[in-house]
Design a binder for this molecule. Structure first.
Ligand code: C2E
Ligand code: CA
Ligand code: CA
Length: 650
């Protein structure tokens, strides 16, 4: 019990929050306490001048009042008190308790000694001095009950003894009265302090919960990494800091390659485990200065104070680590990651600009073969500007008059007989001139204009087909968005049904990327096109990433081998890749068109591989529909160009 009392009196187990709260309250009250003491002591000393010796009415009170005033100013003005943290507050409070006790002892001794001088009035003044001062002390020390209680004991015990042994019943009555009042005061003090303690405890609990909530709100539950919200909040602050310091700040976005097929094939549980492991790998690679977040889905972000070169190296080390296979539930899963990086100040100046630019660079990494890191550069900036100009022009373009289709023949066999044409979009803008279709199609998709554009182009392509010999087919390109939008798919079906041509003459070309965007919707669209009687071709075959696995799962009629394979067909690697693709098509009984055949040598190699369907500049470039009619009419004369090598090899 005594030990507990000592522990309590010396504040040994007091919590930090509590100490700080007490200290704050006391800073407002203790100076008043010292002022009160000084004024009261001055009054008593004054009434005893002439009765008591000078040292008791001038020097002792002078010293006591000086100490009190010194302490008052210390509490009020000292920087040590103003800026105290919990540790410091504890020391200052302990010191206050000791000093309060010492001063209480000094004041009460002095007052009781003064009581030997003067007459009844002066005696009464001393009694009142002690009584009101002790009550004042209890009041002002309300938030430090250790000091209040010890001061009360130090003052009231000698006071009671002094008056109790005296003969004057008035003073005995006053003493008892004071005792009663101080007891009640102490009780009130303890009650009030208890509520104060509870208030502080609940306040710090609320603050703790608030901090915990904030932490949770800023954490991604799956990977335990900071989330998107935290990423952007923190990015703004770091960017400001970098701006002030004049240092670079690199922002990177990492996107997993092939995550969606893994999720689709093995299910969400495996997908989630995979994301967790990705988070761990990336976390292990990032130093303490890197802020790494999961931005959502299979996208991760990071920022760090690094130069362009180092940031790119970091991004690449992330990509490299993701290309190592993952082991999940006994499965070996190979994915990969692509990264885009933008560095402040050259790569952008606001969080969103930097983020967009990193995203733009990421898009480049994705289309340039994946697994790489691209740094946002001046070239990207120029491209963004021109994309913007194209987008603006496209928004106000009159599709009906500005858009056309050109037709490029597709030929088959040793005599390069024309079996059909591919419709290719051509846009002539009054100011921008001819804009490349691979540019404006993507921009039209982004701008939400592709639905209308596709329908205009398809209508024009179908009406061109009407004027061609009935033996020729038409191939028409669909964009990724067309394939994954049920609305567009339905509109295409309606348009074809209403056209005066046999749907069997139409082949719709779509790319793997389009299919991958939303496999199920894409498959439904494909089924719908085939149910109408049209055929479906997989375009740019070989440039996607999971070509082979998807071939099995899609009801397609034809594949078009990308021209990059033709370009490389003369070297041994290119040759063997092409050979294996062709073998695959043969085994699946798929018709196969080789695109981009430009010269006789390529054709010769392709012939040895057994290809017989081609498209390319060697035969004809895309041309306006009327030009095609003329070209077809002159066809026998041109046969000479294509046939000799074919015959030679045939
Ligand atoms: P694609 O579907 O792969 O079309 C073939 C592209 O290769 C065409 O480019 C064609 O002009 C070009 N080409 C044909 N033979 C050769 C050759 O021997 N050598 C070389 N170097 N190129 C050859 P184009 O017309 O510039 O179209 C580019 C891409 O734009 C198309 O690639 C297609 O993805 C897209 N596109 C064109 N028209 C449309 C359209 O109406 N709708 C959609 N969604 N996309 C279209
Ligand atoms: Ca095509
Ligand atoms: Ca193609």
């Amino acid at each position: 019990m005594f030990r507990n009392l000592v522990i309590w009196l010396t504040l040994r187990h007091a919590s930090q929050d509590m100490l700080l709260a007490q200290f704050k309250e006391l800073r407002r009250q203790i100076p008043m306490l010292y002022a009160l003491l000084s004024v009261n002591a001055l009054a008593v000393a004054y009434t005893h001048v002439g009765y008591a010796p000078n040292w008791m009415t001038i020097y002792v009170p002078g010293a006591l009042i000086s100490v009190s005033l010194y302490r008052m100013f210390a509490w009020w003005f000292s920087a040590e008190y103003r800026n105290a943290d919990a540790e410091r507050a504890k020391i200052l409070l302990q010191r206050t308790i000791l000093l309060a006790d010492a001063l209480a002892a000094a004041f009460v001794s002095w007052a009781l000694m003064l009581n030997s001088y003067g007459d009844a009035y002066e005696h009464a003044h001393v009694a009142i001095f002690i009584a009101i001062t002790v009550i004042g002390c209890i009041f002002c020390l309300m938030k430090l009950p250790q000091a209040a209680l010890s001061v009360t004991v130090i003052v009231t015990v000698p006071y009671l003894l002094y008056y109790g042994v005296g003969q004057n019943t008035v003073f005995v009555a006053i003493a008892l009265n004071i005792l009663l009042v101080t007891l009640v005061m102490v009780r009130i003090l303890m009650n009030s302090f208890r509520s104060f303690t509870q208030l502080i405890l609940s306040r710090s609990e609320t603050e703790r919960l608030g901090r915990e909530n904030l932490r949770l709100a800023h954490t991604d539950a799956l990977t335990g990494l900071p989330n998107r919200r935290y990423f952007f909040l923190e990015l703004s602050e770091r960017l400001e800091a970098a701006r002030l310091k004049g240092s670079p700040l690199a922002i990177g976005i990492l996107d997993l390659d092939r995550f969606k097929p893994v999720n689709d094939t093995f299910g969400h549980v495996v997908g989630d485990r995979l994301l967790e492991q990705v988070g761990q790998r990336l976390g292990a690679l990032s130093g303490a200065d890197v802020v790494l977040s999961r931005l959502g889905g299979d996208e991760f972000g990071f920022f760090v104070e690094l130069s362009e070169k180092d940031a790119r190296a970091l991004g690449q080390s992330f990509c490299d680590s993701l290309s190592e296979p993952f082991q999940i539930n006994g499965l070996t899963i190979a994915i990969g990651g692509s990264c885009g990086v933008a560095v402040f100040p050259d790569g952008g100046s606001t969080p969103h600009e930097l983020f967009d630019h990193a995203d733009y660079a990421l898009y480049d990494s994705k289309s340039a073969g994946r697994g790489t890191t691209t740094l946002y550069s001046a070239a990207h900036e120029t491209r963004i500007q021109s994309d913007r100009a194209i987008e603006a022009a496209l928004r106000t373009a009159h599709f009906e008059t500005e858009m056309e289709v050109h037709l490029q023949p597709i030929v088959r066999g040793p005599d390069a007989r024309v079996i059909g044409v591919e419709a290719l979009a051509r846009w002539t803008h009054p100011v921008l001139g001819n804009v490349r279709p691979d540019l404006f199609i993507v921009i039209a998709e982004r701008a939400g204009l592709i639905h209308d554009l596709t329908l205009v182009l398809l209508r024009k392509a179908l009406s061109a087909l009407e004027k061609l010999p009935a033996t020729l087919d038409l191939s028409f390109n669909l964009s990724a968005h067309n394939v994954t939008s049920p609305r567009t798919a339905l509109a295409i079906v309606a348009l074809v049904r209403n056209a005066p041509i046999d749907p069997a003459r139409l082949t719709l070309e779509l790319t793997e990327t389009a299919v991958m965007r939303d496999f199920e919707v894409a498959r439904r669209s494909i089924q719908m096109f085939r149910a109408m009687g049209a055929r479906v071709a997989l375009d740019d075959f070989g440039t996607g990433y999971s070509s082979l696995s998807h071939l099995h799962r899609l009801p397609i009629d034809r594949i078009k081998i990308d021209r990059s394979f033709v370009r490389d067909c003369a070297n041994p690697t290119g040759f063997s890749i092409l050979a294996s693709i062709l073998a695959l098509c043969a085994s699946m009984n798929l018709e196969c068109v080789v695109e981009g055949v430009e010269d006789a040598e390529q054709l010769a190699v392709l012939n040895t591989l057994g290809c017989d369907c081609f498209q390319g500049y060697l035969f004809a470039k895309p041309m306006p529909p009327q030009a095609l009619t003329a070209w077809l009419a002159e066809r026998p004369a041109l046969d000479a160009v294509a046939t000799p090598p074919a015959r030679r090899l045939g």
